[in-house]
Design a protein around this ligand. Structure first.
Ligand code: 13P
Length: 248
């Protein structure tokens, strides 16, 4: 069974609502591809105008963050039902920027993964090692531990609908990309972990992305690897290059 490619932009904290609508218009014809799931993960305030702007196209809408309760006294937060009602399908969980800058730990990240599934949102679960761990040679153990913690009590059926993004922190926004072989090594290992934790069918179905300075120039080689089913793209998702990555 061939896995469907998924190319997702993570806009991070970029684009005002009107800039977001302009970017959707700029990318509209460039991201056409019926064989790829194309996703724009956008800031909360851009979700409604972006959902409107991409209506009728092949682009799916994603969010960058949410909180695990449905409603109530959680000042500043946004809930899964709110995202669903606004047209969101995908949700980024466990991005290294949320882990490092906003102190999200694996307990919260696991709760978010479970809540996303319970709410009908598709999680894009991020994992990845720091430069120190890469240099120390302990990155594989680190990533294996992240995956196990973050998927605690998640079922095999749910994992079949999961997207995992391998994002080495040293490659995010640095212009330094993991080589295709380095990315494949970890993405292949992640699939093996899913097989050990669940079964062969779950491992075959789970989609694994690479993220970290992916661009129009390096996308094709990264995406040619057997265990890399797509990309999670930061900087290059904010410009026309994103269309080239979708069609790489
Ligand atoms: P860059 O593509 O800007 O390196 O960002 C990657 C990323 O963090 C996507 O989530």
């Amino acid at each position: 069974m061939a896995r469907r490619r998924i190319i997702a932009g993570n806009w991070k904290m970029n684009k005002t609502p009107s800039e977001a609508v302009a970017l959707c218009a700029e990318l509209k014809d460039l991201v056409k591809n019926d064989d790829v799931d194309v996703v724009y993960c956008v800031p909360a305030i851009d979700i409604v105008p972006v959902a409107e702007a991409v209506k009728g196209s092949n682009v799916h809408v994603g969010a960058e963050n949410f909180y695990i309760e449905d409603k109530g006294a959680f000042t500043g937060e946004i809930s899964a039902p709110m995202l669903k009602d606004a047209g969101v399908e995908y949700i980024i969980i466990g991005h290294s920027e949320r882990r490092d800058i906003f102190s999200e730990n694996d307990v919260l990240i696991n709760a978010k993964v479970k809540k996303a599934f319970a709410s009908g949102l598709k999680p894009i679960l991020c994992c990845g090692e720091s430069l120190a761990l890469r240099k120390a040679g302990t990155y594989k153990e680190w990533i294996a531990r992240q995956i196990k913690w973050d998927l605690t009590d998640v079922t095999a059926d749910q994992v079949k609908g999961l997207v995992i993004a391998y994002e080495p922190i040293w490659a995010i926004g640095t212009g330094e990309t993991a080589t295709a072989d380095q990315a494949q090594e970890v993405c292949g290992m992640i699939r093996e972990i899913i097989k050990e934790l669940y079964d062969a069918a779950a491992a075959e179905a789970v989609r694994i992305q690479y993220g970290g300075s992916m661009n129009a120039g390096n996308a094709a080689e990264l995406l040619s690897k057997p265990d890399i089913d797509g990309g999670l793209i930061g900087g290059a998702s904010l410009k026309a290059d994103f269309g080239q990555i979708v069609n790489a």
